[in-house]
Design a protein around this ligand. Structure first.
Ligand code: UT7
Length: 313
């Protein structure tokens, strides 16, 4: 028993911050940034809020759906690590703009960059054996909280949003493993700014992700080699390459598509999903891994088995 993807869409703001812009702001270079991260530029929301980005992504995701489907959306989760305001919650603010009905469970979820993965776990349990639909909208604007004099963080983050609509299916299978480790000193926001010990987060991700991927595959009785696609949090291309090397699998199965977007935090995985749909890759995927990690420290890995043929759009 599992879930299937009905629709996905992302919204990337028009503002752009290039490596050359950053060279003028901090002591860094285009060469260093490209070598250490693979990044060329980042999308920046400027005046757009996370609520506005969430609405844009949500509208695109729901655009081709009929009213009968919209009426079946009974849960809306907005994930973010960069809420400007806590009350009212963003999810409540976007129910009406998205044309959703009032009989909906709508709430926000923050677990740093792992938020989207944890939201998926809730959705899978909520949808089980129902004919309801679930909308997950990830929207983050880290540029509100980045110190543009701190070269250790400002080179990494970009802004964006993505929405995915899911329903239950008895044909696919869903497995997950989550971990939360209390470590408030590695990645945190204090006052206005995000502080990050990038090297520590890097080591944490590279050290723990492969083991959890193996564990979730064992749970789902799938060999790691039989996973067609690994959609990992687009935090840093080198983290993803390192995981691919550990399994001795081709880079193509570990797409890195954030070079001109940046690390967007919670939307990074659903943005990548929309890119994989556009490239006609997700539709052909039988076994799919989604994995997020970040502040907390938090980690979540999902195996969608038999996924490909059940991607509807
Ligand atoms: O999405 C949430 C989770 N976050 C992440 O997953 C972030 C993971 N971490 C990273 O992506 C990387 O750690 C960074 C890109 C943030 C940093 O790259 P790094 O290869 O880990 O560099 P580092 O922090 O170990 O620093 C290496 C050197 C240091 O100089 P010394 O001490 O060796 O002289 C830094 O001061 O590079 C220096 N440095 C820079 N130099 C030029 C740090 N940032 C920069 C910079 N430009 N922007």
């Amino acid at each position: 028993m599992g879930i299937r993807l009905i629709s996905a869409a992302s919204h990337l703001p028009k503002g752009r911050l290039t490596n050359f812009d950053l060279e003028k702001m901090v002591e860094t270079s285009d060469e260093w940034i490209q070598q250490r991260t693979g990044l060329i530029s980042r999308t920046i929301a400027e005046d757009e809020t996370i609520t506005e980005m969430a609405i844009e992504a949500g509208k695109k995701c729901l655009a081709d759906l009929n009213q009968e489907t919209i009426d079946k959306i009974k849960i809306l989760i907005v994930t973010s690590a960069s809420y400007l305001q806590v009350v009212p919650h963003v999810s409540a603010s976007i129910v009406e703009p998205l044309g959703l009905n009032r009989d909906i469970l709508a709430f926000d979820l923050n677990a740093g960059c792992t938020s989207y993965i944890y939201a998926m776990d809730i959705v899978e349990k909520y949808l089980k054996e129902t004919d309801n639909y679930a909308l997950v909208v990830a929207s983050d604007k880290l540029s509100d909280y980045v110190d543009y004099t701190d070269r250790g963080t400002c080179i990494l983050f970009g802004d964006g949003a993505a929405a995915t609509l899911w329903s239950y299916t008895e044909k696919a299978e869903y497995y997950s493993i989550n971990q939360t480790i209390t470590n408030p000193d590695v990645l945190y926001r204090e006052g206005k700014y995000v502080h990050m010990n990038g090297a520590e987060v890097f080591k944490f991700a590279v050290g723990t992700l492969p083991g959890l991927i193996e564990d979730v595959c064992e749970k789902g009785d799938v060999n790691v080699e039989d996973v067609d696609l690994f959609l990992l949090h687009q935090a840093n291309g080198r983290i993803i390459e390192s995981v691919a090397r550990k399994f001795r699998l081709e880079d193509e199965r570990f797409p890195v598509r954030y070079q001109n977007i940046g690390n967007t935090s919670s939307p990074s995985i659903p943005i990548l999903m929309t890119q994989m749909l556009e490239e006609n890759v997700l539709q052909k995927t039988e076994n799919l891994i989604l994995a997020g990690f970040g502040a907390g420290l938090s980690l979540g890995v999902i195996l969608l088995k038999g996924n490909g043929q059940y991607v509807v759009k």
